[in-house]
Design a protein around this ligand. Structure first.
Ligand SMILES: [Mn+2]
Length: 430
């Protein structure tokens, strides 16, 4: 019998905090009422919001310098699902997981789907991996995968992506996310035009195998591991590729894959207009990384991204149906705590952006009333919507305070006893 956090335990913890929560919720309801905002509508929106958790996120991450494993790390997909289940059980906003292959390979995917369902989890986009070599792999990806100079290496990478689609179909997924590490470290190493042609040919072969109702999400990344040029480095290359491929191809925005100071919310707006926004990989960064927890460094930027998303949602922008996923590396924290915290910050940004009166803002913009428009947006950002998030979790059977409840449960200590460390685990390396 493995340790699990029980419904009774959550209820007991919630009971202790209930009176204070009710007081805060009523106070916020009155505050929002003065601004003609119905708190119930916001709570309903918070309850409906969902973001996927990556299976690799529940393992401790690392850098190219070192990895410091934490206690009780999941040793495979089954334990990863168990941890993802806890995140959703407490925070109630991560009902799907995004698997990664070959890391999450099993012999029976229908059984895996049922196993996930036992934690009230479903499967989101599947992720392929041609950025590292696997044992038993014929061709190496050292000099590239989908854009490699050698045709048979490109073919091997294409076949892996097609296999991911087949696995995804069994898991109930409907999208494949493709990120490649291909690029170069030296001027002259590769022909910048030719590698893009190779990318297009390889992607076309994958695109042709997409089942009905499936999409392929193209993820760009400015640099790393290639440091001179990356084949799909920016949203321009991504949009070019997605446009050429067709309607089923869209551009995925990873918040950490841009140059510092890039106006990401504007990119989001452009992709929405082009009907090419696939969705997000949420994380945060200070410099050129993509590893920090969503909302931990620059919550205002996260809010501004959601300002564009909510605007598109409420104006019924054509073709707007983004997939939301967290993609970050947990090197110094308990991954479950980080993912709970990030899921709550993402949901918080969504609700804050929902507070903005769009009609009023549009009027101010039309009048070029600069400061009034800015203050309206800032007022939403400055509103503490915590009681709304608490209420949403409470109504969905989650924890009023997920972080505190998780700590009080002793889950990590129990798992440390059940899961002795294993050598060579690839979990968490992103
Ligand atoms: Mn990513």
């Amino acid at each position: 019998m493995t340790f699990a956090i029980t419904t009774d335990f959550i209820a007991t913890q919630n009971a202790k905090a209930l009176d204070a929560h009710k007081e805060d919720y009523s106070a916020l309801a009155r505050q929002l009422e003065r601004r003609a905002i119905d708190i119930e509508a916001m709570t309903t929106r918070a309850m409906a919001y969902a973001v996927a958790v990556p299976t690799w996120g529940v393992g401790t991450g690392g850098t190219r310098f070192a990895r410091f494993p934490g206690p009780g790390e999941p040793r495979g997909i089954h334990e990863k699902l168990e941890d993802c289940g806890v995140i959703h059980q407490l925070a109630r906003t991560t009902p799907t997981v995004s698997p990664h292959f070959p890391w999450d390979k099993v012999s029976d995917y229908r059984a895996l789907r049922q196993e996930a369902a036992s934690y009230e989890l479903g499967f989101d986009c599947v992720n392929s991996n041609t950025f590292q070599d696997q044992t038993e792999q014929a061709k190496s990806y050292k000099y590239g995968s989908l854009t490699h100079a050698d045709k048979s290496t490109r073919q091997q990478a294409v076949e892996h992506n097609i296999e991911c689609i087949e696995i995804g179909q069994q898991l109930g997924s409907n999208a494949l996310t493709v990120w490649i590490a291909d690029g170069s470290n030296f001027p002259g190493q590769s022909n910048l035009g030719k590698v893009f042609d190779h990318y297009m040919q390889s992607l076309q072969s994958i695109y042709d195998k997409l089942p009905k109702n499936w999409s392929v999400f193209l993820e760009h990344k400015m640099y790393e591991p290639a440091f001179y040029s990356t084949v799909i480095a920016d949203w321009g290359s991504s949009l070019m590729a997605a446009t050429e491929l067709g309607d089923k191809a869209k551009c995925l925005v990873d918040l950490g894959h841009h140059a510092p100071n890039t106006n990401i919310e504007q990119i989001v707006s452009r992709l929405i207009r082009a009907q090419k926004l696939a969705g997000f990989h949420f994380n945060d960064s200070k410099y050129g990384d993509d590893d920090l927890d969503a909302g931990s460094v620059d919550p205002f930027r996260l809010f501004l991204v959601f300002n564009e998303l909510v605007d598109a949602e409420l104006s019924n922008a054509k073709g707007f149906n983004p997939a939301y996923m967290i993609d970050q590396s947990h090197n110094v924290t308990d991954p479950i705590e980080s993912l709970i915290s990030s899921a709550m910050e993402i949901q918080r940004s969504y609700i804050k952006a929902s507070l903005i009166n769009r009609l009023e803002l549009s009027g101010m913009q039309d009048q070029s009333d600069v400061m009034a428009a800015h203050r309206l947006v800032k007022q939403a950002y400055n509103t503490d919507v915590t009681p709304i998030l608490c209420e949403a979790r409470l109504r969905k059977g989650g924890a009023l305070h997920p972080f505190a409840t998780y700590r009080a449960s002793g889950y990590r200590n129990e798992k440390a006893k059940e899961r002795p460390a294993v050598a060579g685990s690839s979990s968490g390396i992103v």
